[in-house]
Design a protein around this ligand. Structure first.
Ligand code: ADP
Ligand code: MG
Length: 253
């Protein structure tokens, strides 16, 4: 399975050092979580992995490919999908069509023209989209328009769009943000199933500590762009620096 290796990463925005000498590896098949207070660099790390941000120093390798030499669409093609902190669905399209947007990267530029002529290709994509919706338990939303759908459905649609491209690694930025307890438990189950049943490696940023602790093989705590602690969930949770920095008496990690 494909591994992710991040080495000595530094990302600076004018005066702000968002990531400072960050190194870690994620093995294929792991569920690996990033925690840290707002502004600690979690989303910036995702942006470096998927090519939106260009770090000044360091290396990122996935599946033996140097990601820093690749464009965002090439990084998707290498098998890395992402869901965003803010929902990115298109309101005037159906749930299924929103999902199929994620399938298009599998078609190369020459085939892009052909695909509009190929009914069988469209049908194959739709079947795949439906399979993913079924996997997520929202198959009955297939033909519904995105507009006005509950928040939970919007979030699941985002996840479905990432999965339909058959990634090897999925980056999930705050998948449970804004969800109630029941929806959060459902997301925890889905994340575990994404790894267990689809065999996809999961890198997740999440504030909900009970979710992080229940699903993760390993956890990495960031603070002001630096790694504070990394290891098994309980070890990180009980690490004195982590407690001091952001666990304290709040659950906003
Ligand atoms: P987190 O996701 O952990 O809340 P971010 O990675 O979004 O944190 O942000 C880390 C730091 O980098 C913050 O100080 C943020 O303001 C800064 N930052 C992130 N992206 C940019 C950008 N495009 N331009 C300038 N500063 C940025
Ligand atoms: Mg963020």
């Amino acid at each position: 399975m494909a591994d992710l290796h991040i080495n000595n990463l530094r990302m600076q925005f004018s005066g702000v050092v968002a990531l400072d000498n960050v190194s870690f590896s994620v093995s294929g098949g792991e569920i690996f979580s990033l925690i840290g207070s707002n502004g600690s660099g979690k989303s910036t790390l995702f942006n470096c992995i998927n090519g939106f941000n260009r770090p000044q120093k360091g290396t990122i390798e996935f599946d033996n490919i140097n990601l820093l030499s690749k464009q965002p669409h090439e990084i998707i093609q290498s098998g890395i999908a992402r869901t965003f902190q803010n929902i990115q669905n298109i309101p005037f399209m159906t749930v299924l069509d929103n999902i199929l947007l994620g399938a298009h990267h599998r078609i190369d530029s020459k085939a892009t023209i052909k695909r509009w002529l190929s009914r069988s290709q469209r049908e194959a994509e739709e079947a795949m989209g439906l399979e993913i919706l079924d996997f997520l338990g929202i198959a009955n939303y297939e033909q519904k328009y995105m507009t006005g759908q509950p928040y939970g459905i919007q979030k699941l649609t985002e996840i479905a769009r990432a999965l339909v491209g058959k990634p090897k690694l999925i980056l999930m930025d705050e998948p449970a943000a804004g969800m109630n307890d029941q929806e959060t438990q459902e997301i925890a189950k889905i994340i575990s199933e994404i790894r267990d049943e689809l065999g996809i490696t999961v890198l997740v940023v999440e504030h909900d500590m009970s979710l992080v602790m229940s699903i993760s093989d390993r956890v990495c705590a960031l603070d002001s762009g630096k790694i504070l602690a990394m290891g098994k969930p309980d070890d990180v949770k009980n690490h004195p620096d982590v407690i001091k920095a952001f666990l304290g008496d709040s659950d906003d990690a």
